[in-house]
Design a protein around this ligand. Structure first.
Ligand code: ADP
Length: 221
């Protein structure tokens, strides 16, 4: 599995997405080879990334010269140029890179990337737009959505849950959510149990279907 692979990544495209990703990997002790066609951009990351190369990732020979075949992992972070992104991804598949992450502009683009062999497709703008809509229109402080509409969200403790053990609040029957964890002001998160009693101002982590978590959060102060 992925766990066994080395801590090295090839990143194609050093725009906003590719550069943030690369810098974070380096921060985490990874070796990153950053590739971009723009000399100025490559130059500006030359100091911070392990290796940088000016190259066109749609050119198979250039990719090989950059050493792409030596990487188990690659990220295609080409922005809005569909054709380039698709071509670069397909070349990495041909080269035999085992774990390819590709950034898509939209669902259709993502589907194509999957079909040509990308192992992971990310839709940053789409996902972030959706996320902001949830946060803006609801009462959750933060949330993460997993598959099939299941979420973990944080919210302030609703008034009706305060002052009695969670086990007696019927929160699961009433809202279909489970309180997983609690954070008192100035403290860190701890696991919630049946006996946990919430206080005004507590922040809680709630698990459940996204709709249910949102409905629950609506009852927060
Ligand atoms: P975002 O802001 O979404 O990260 P950008 O458009 O800012 O996207 O960045 C994409 C980067 O990908 C640009 O720096 C661009 O030069 C680079 N790029 C585009 N096509 C290629 C290619 N064929 N090979 C290498 N880099 C490329």
């Amino acid at each position: 599995g992925r766990r066994n692979l080395d801590k090295r990544a090839l990143v194609i495209g050093l725009g906003r997405f590719g550069s943030s990703l690369s810098l974070e990997l380096v921060e985490r002790g990874w070796e990153v080879l950053g590739v971009d066609t723009q000399p100025r951009l490559v130059q500006s990351y030359a100091e911070q990334l392990t290796h940088t190369v000016i190259a066109d990732a749609t050119d198979e020979e250039a990719l090989r010269q950059a050493g792409a075949h030596q990487f188990h992992r690659a990220v295609v972070a080409i922005g809005d140029r569909l054709e380039e992104s698709i071509l670069a991804t397909s070349l990495l598949v041909d080269i035999g890179v085992q774990d390819i992450w590709a950034k898509a502009m939209n669902r259709r683009h993502g589907r194509i990337l999957e079909q040509i062999g990308a192992h992971h497709v990310v839709l940053p703008e789409h996902d972030m737009g959706e996320r902001v809509a949830h946060l803006l229109s609801g009462r959750m402080l933060d949330y993460v959505e997993f598959e099939e509409g299941f979420s973990l969200g944080t919210t302030k403790a609703p008034r009706e849950l305060i002052g009695k053990p969670l086990g007696q609040t019927k929160v699961r029957q009433k809202y279909g959510v489970t309180v997983v964890s609690v954070k008192r002001r100035g403290k860190t998160f701890t696991y919630a149990t049946q006996e946990t009693q919430l206080h005004t101002g507590d922040v809680i982590v709630v698990a459940g279907r996204t709709d249910d978590v949102e409905r629950f959060a609506e009852s927060a102060p």
